[in-house]
Ligand binder design. Structure first.
Ligand code: ADP
Length: 603
């Protein structure tokens, strides 16, 4: 009897394990083969056994009711030694065999015929054997049949192994499919959240979508966003939690352990994944803190905003421990990055809005100030002007030449101040004293502007032409002022030749492609322009001239206060349009402005 294990055994055992047959349930195919063996050989007992380190384990048995036997008890070792069919016609005839425990006791084997089950690779896994309590012989045909049955047993084993492979493959395909589905869902979730971030910077919306979708995707018991405060405490600002678990939304929480131990690490982008807080290596106080909320496993990623830590995105498992896989960790990390970007954009937007509001407020205050100041200045200035005029009338030529000149300067100064105050008042009145928008015939408006400029037009010999002008919805007085300011500038900034001024108009969309314009008006607006053949403007000044008090020439050359174009800009913007200039120095300028076409529409 063989008593020692060899290397060969190790290889054999490994092969046996690959078939995964040991300790499996009985199977009809093996049972039938054993029955067939007993029937063919005419024996009351038949076995199919597999031999591992310690035992022979019976996969199929006929006439015997044992599950397994020690490896070194029984006669199958004969097959192992011979690696061929073994037929013992009478065990008692052999001195050694006669002492075998299965011969001297149950099942009292007198006849044994066994075939080793040897794989194609040459590993012996077990035997197919038939037994009898009386001596017996086997015919050649019976032996052949036994050998044929043993090959069927091996076929069954191969079949089983192939089936196992197929099912493993199917399983793998299913894990692959799941991960494909997951990554598809993840991309979808990103897309949704990115769109949300683009569409709205409503942080609350973004955070709510994140927790709801992540909870669904990860099938976590709870997903939450925790905003951290400077003192180390924090508030749960969003939460998606399954019914039955504690709700912690809105709670202000302070974990003393958390502050000391984790904050700095999270600040550096650390991710924490705890599979089971009951056995995790964490401080007891932190464990207690987590247990209050029935947390069994958690995954925590920081939300960083401009390198500082804004808060945390957390997923909790309450019912059971949970091993977080890399898909889940990466998902949370990438979402936290998106959230960080959204928060930083929202903060910038809030700052910008605040700044714009502040600007609007200070603008309106300034306007108010300009209005009050210029209004209140008018009265004393009127007095100064009239007394100066009185002085001029009474004492002109009665004092010395210097005095006459001083008085003339003073009168001129007072006049200029009057003009400046009037212009300033006009400027501040654009928004404070604007009239409601009504249908306005632009030809009538232009006619009025030209009438107001009659003297200057005649003096300069200006020729003014215009397109057929439309009706627009506007403040007629203000629109008159725009035309008047632009035409008066076209006359004022003329060259040494009579000004030629043309007022053109076209409707966006319909006529736009007729003209070679740099800016194409949209369908629902009118584009007007005032073209002159004046001195033109250098390109670097085309924006500056619309700023109040900005002039390109000294007063000695061209009179003015530098307010006219600022008024035009304010009026056009009040109407919802824009104004700009295109110019060629020495050739002339074209001032363009748009007015939305609201005729026929409710505004
Ligand atoms: P003002 O006419 O009182 O100087 P505006 O605000 O009307 O003030 O114009 C600002 C500046 O823009 C003018 O001083 C002038 O330098 C320039 N400008 C305006 N209109 C024209 C024009 N048609 N041709 C050339 N330069 C112009």
């Amino acid at each position: 009897m063989k008593a020692e294990r060899t290397d060969e055994d190790a290889v054999r055992l490994e092969a046996l394990r690959q078939y995964q047959i040991l300790d499996t349930e009985p199977e009809e195919a093996y049972d039938s083969l054993a029955q067939l063996a007993a029937y063919i050989c005419g024996t009351p007992m038949a076995l199919i056994n597999f031999i591992d380190e310690h035992r022979q384990w019976f996969k199929a048995k006929v006439g015997l009711d044992v599950l397994e036997m020690p490896w070194n008890v029984g006669l199958c070792y004969l097959c192992q030694e011979r690696r061929d069919i073994v037929v013992v016609t009478d065990t008692l005839a052999d001195e050694k065999l006669a002492k075998n425990p299965v011969v001297i006791a149950e099942p009292y084997v007198r006849f044994y015929a066994g075939v080793p089950l040897i794989t194609a690779k040459g590993d012996m896994l077990g035997t197919l054997c038939v037994l009898d309590r009386v001596p017996r012989e086997l015919s050649q045909k019976q032996m052949e049949a036994l050998l044929a049955l043993s090959r069927q047993v091996l076929n069954q084993l191969e079949l089983r192994r192939n089936l196992a492979k197929v099912s493993r493959f199917a399983e793998e395909l299913e894990q692959t499919e799941t991960s494909l589905r997951q990554s598809e869902r993840r991309s979808q979730l990103f897309a949704e959240i990115t769109v949300k971030i683009r569409e709205t910077l409503q942080i609350e919306d973004i955070l709510r979508t994140t927790v709801t979708e992540v909870q669904k995707l990860l099938q976590a018991d709870r997903v939450l966003i925790f905003q951290l405060w400077a003192d180390g405490s924090g508030t749960v600002v969003q939460e998606a939690v399954l019914p039955g678990w504690p709700v912690i939304l809105g709670k202000n929480l302070f974990d003393s352990c958390f502050k000391e131990e984790y904050l700095e690490r999270y600040r550096q982008g650390r991710v924490s994944a705890i599979e089971d807080i009951e056995s995790a290596y964490i401080r007891p106080c932190h464990r207690e803190f987590l247990q209050q909320f029935a947390i069994r496993a958690n995954l925590v990623v920081p939300i960083l905003v401009r390198e500082g830590i804004w808060g945390l995105l957390l997923a909790h498992q309450c019912a059971t421990p949970r091993r977080w896989n890399s898909f889940e960790t990466e998902l949370l990390q990438q979402l936290a990055n998106q959230i960080g970007i959204a928060i930083s954009q929202a903060q910038l937007l809030a700052k910008q809005t605040c700044y714009s509001q502040e600007l609007a407020r200070s603008n309106s205050e300034l306007e108010q100030f300009a209005y009050v100041a210029s209004h209140d200045l008018q009265e004393p200035l009127r007095m100064v002007t009239s007394y100066l005029q009185l002085l001029e009338q009474r004492y002109k030529s009665k004092l010395d030449a210097n005095a006459d000149q001083f008085i003339a300067y003073a009168v001129d100064g007072a006049h200029r101040m009057q003009t400046l105050i009037n212009d300033l008042l006009n400027y501040s009145r654009v928004s404070t004293r604007g009239q409601p928008f009504v249908p306005v015939d632009c030809s009538a408006v232009l006619k009025q502007a030209i009438a107001n400029l009659q003297v200057a037009i005649e003096e300069s010999g200006a020729v003014i032409t215009h397109d057929l002008l439309p009706e627009v919805i506007a403040d007629a007085t203000q629109l008159t002022q725009v035309f008047q300011n632009l035409i008066s500038n076209a006359i004022k900034f003329r060259q040494n030749l009579p000004p030629k001024i043309h007022i053109g108009v076209l409707k966006g969309g319909v006529d736009a492609d007729k003209e070679s314009l740099n800016i194409i008006p949209s369908e629902d607006e009118w584009l007007f322009w005032v073209r002159d053949n004046g001195i033109g403007i250098e390109s670097q000044y085309v924006e500056r001239i619309f700023v109040i008090f900005q002039r390109l020439h000294g007063r000695a050359k061209y009179l003015g206060t530098g307010i006219g174009l600022a008024i035009c800009k304010k009026i056009i913007e009040r109407h919802g349009g824009i104004i700009w200039v295109e110019s060629e120095p020495g050739q002339g300028s074209i001032f363009y402005f748009t007015i939305p076409d609201k005729t026929g529409k409710q505004s």
